[in-house]
Design a protein around this ligand. Structure first.
Ligand code: C2E
Ligand code: MG
Ligand code: MG
Ligand code: MG
Length: 282
């Protein structure tokens, strides 16, 4: 028998439970308190336009500062949030906080910057999702044209009437939709014809080892041709080297993101980065 770290409830651990299971139960219990205790925060990673390298949008990336464990990465706690249903309150918080942040930037003179927000398939499938997006826009005063939602192919797997309706309702008010981690899902490509999508975001795994005469080169080039042929714009994520950047610009990749450009930043750091970037571009 053991008491959960920092918790008020008792959980009974049996002998068969391994460390992973226990850690998971603890994280689950701690996550319930994380929002209320202000342990969640957002970093913002710049996404720039090819050629000009002008800032187009920032991707909001969630972090959890756990009181004992330090920073827990989203790939560890988002799945827990999804399984427990906590993703709904966390998702709403992300929408509101990120929209508010970009409005603050607009007020500080960074006009024209958009915000890209990751949306879990669970969150998207919630019947109140459209309302939640509208609430975040109303709360922050953000114009919908500045909001990009990043959905994964998991959402497209289910290209039911309902999915189409929700996506249309969002794009009709001016919200843009990106397909995140494009190329790694199990969905067919047919949804690209039927759904209102604006941007394909090529998964980092194709960019990581991108070089001329590699299979990844052929894949990335094909995605680019297909995306542009469908009238979509294409983003590459995870750019870490100048070679990768040059190859992608050579392929006419519209938007670029990755540590080579800049890592995810705190809001103040983003403004500093912009000032610095501006001074080197002039
Ligand atoms: P993602 O949406 O595909 O985000 C890109 C991930 O790649 C981020 O990891 C980012 O920090 C990382 N990254 C960006 N550039 C580079 C690079 O050049 N090299 C490498 N090695 N990595 C790079 P992060 O922040 O750990 O987020 C992981 C995933 O967690 C995200 O993948 C997204 O699926 C999910 N996530 C993050 N924030 C949220 C959120 O607010 N809500 C939801 N539902 N999911 C989120
Ligand atoms: Mg993303
Ligand atoms: Mg991605
Ligand atoms: Mg990814």
């Amino acid at each position: 028998r053991a008491k959960l770290q920092g918790g008020n409830e008792w959980i009974f651990f049996s002998d068969e439970m391994n460390d992973e299971t226990i850690k998971r139960l603890e994280l689950e219990s701690d996550l319930r308190r994380a929002l209320k205790n202000n342990e969640l925060y957002l970093l913002y990673q710049p996404i720039v336009e090819k050629g000009t390298r002008k800032l187009i949008t920032c991707e909001a990336l969630i972090r959890w500062q756990h009181p004992q464990r330090g920073i827990v990465p989203p790939l560890e706690f988002i799945p827990i949030a999804e399984e427990t249903g906590l993703i709904h309150s966390i998702g709403k918080w992300v929408l509101k906080t990120a929209c508010k942040q970009v409005v603050d930037w607009h007020n500080e003179g960074l006009t024209d910057v958009s915000i890209s927000i990751n949306v879990s398939a669970f969150q998207f499938q919630n019947r109140w999702f459209i309302e939640e997006v509208k609430n975040a826009l109303a709360y922050s005063g953000l114009h919908p044209n500045y909001l990009h939602l990043e959905l994964t192919e998991t959402v497209m797997l289910n290209d039911s009437q309902k999915t189409i309706e929700v996506m249309k309702a969002l794009t009709n008010i001016g919200v843009k939709i990106s397909i995140d981690d494009f190329g790694t899902g199990y969905s067919s490509l047919s949804y690209l014809k039927n759904l209102p999508i604006h941007i394909l975001k090529i998964d980092r795994s194709f960019i990581q080892n991108l070089d001329v005469n590699t299979p990844d080169f052929a894949i990335v080039k094909s995605i680019m041709t297909m995306g542009h042929g469908l009238g979509l714009q294409v983003t590459a994520e995870g750019i870490e080297t100048t070679q990768q950047l040059e190859i992608l610009e050579g392929m006419n990749c519209d938007f670029l993101q990755g540590y080579f450009i800049e890592k995810p930043l705190f809001p103040d750091q983003l403004k500093e980065w912009l000032n610095h970037q501006h001074s080197i571009m002039i």
